[in-house]
Design a protein around this ligand. Structure first.
Ligand code: FMN
Length: 200
């Protein structure tokens, strides 16, 4: 099968693009409104994009609350979702009115970050505290504006649940991180195997 994305005539029941780019990590973004309200929402157009410096980004399809808060306060947290928090993560994706606390809505305890004024998920196995470095509103090939917002942040502090540390390494079979697949599917990234890179 081959198709061009200008027509997007793939002939399938659903657009397969997001099913191809999978599994995608989920950045569960914690932020605070200028009004002091706490906000939490999952983003799978999310990734770590550099380690020196440590940079992450999430992409908002539309001008959603997380990007608004990150833009206004300059900070956000990225929380990582283990299998036992999957259902609460999903609940926190509900399109609630601005100012509604998704930590409460999903039955999660929020904690105040150490270095930035933003909340994080107390039970997340890892949390990145981030300061916004850039916000980009991307354009199409023909230079048209899109309704997407890319928020980049530099990681300034990291929380790790020591229960997932074994022999000095993070043990993903204990953390049981989940990732977004296509459609409404998820995978659990605890089926771990190792490969040593070639030395030439
Ligand atoms: C696993 C998962 C991943 C998601 N990824 C994105 C994403 O990358 N970008 C986006 O705009 N919305 C994404 N959503 C939808 C948002 O979480 C949802 O629109 C949410 O209400 C946004 O909240 P906010 O307005 O508080 O930021 C995702 C939802 C789920 C369940």
């Amino acid at each position: 099968m081959f198709y061009t994305t200008d027509t997007n005539h793939h002939g399938l029941a659903h657009d397969p693009f997001k099913a191809i780019v999978a599994p995608r990590p989920i950045g569960w973004i914690g932020s605070k409104g200028r009004d002091g309200s706490l906000n939490l929402a999952p983003y799978s157009f999310f990734n770590a994009v550099s380690d020196k410096p440590k940079l992450v980004m999430f992409s908002s399809s539309g001008h959603k609350h997380s990007q608004k808060n990150a833009r206004e306060t300059g900070v956000f947290t990225c929380n990582f979702v283990s299998r036992n928090l999957a259902e609460k993560m999903n609940l926190s994706s509900a399109a609630l009115p601005y100012g509604t606390n998704e930590f409460d809505f999903a039955g999660l305890t929020a904690k105040q970050a150490e270095l930035i004024d933003a909340p994080y998920v107390a039970k997340a196995f890892a949390v990145l505290e981030c300061k916004v470095t850039e916000i980009i509103e991307p354009k199409t090939l023909s230079g048209e504006a899109t309704d997407n917002v890319f928020v980049f942040g530099q990681v300034v502090g990291i929380h790790i649940d020591e229960a997932i540390v074994t022999d000095g390494r993070l043990d993903m079979t204990l953390a049981r991180p989940i990732a977004r697949m296509g459609y409404m599917d998820y995978s659990e990234g605890s089926d771990v195997f190792e490969m040593i890179r070639p030395k030439v």
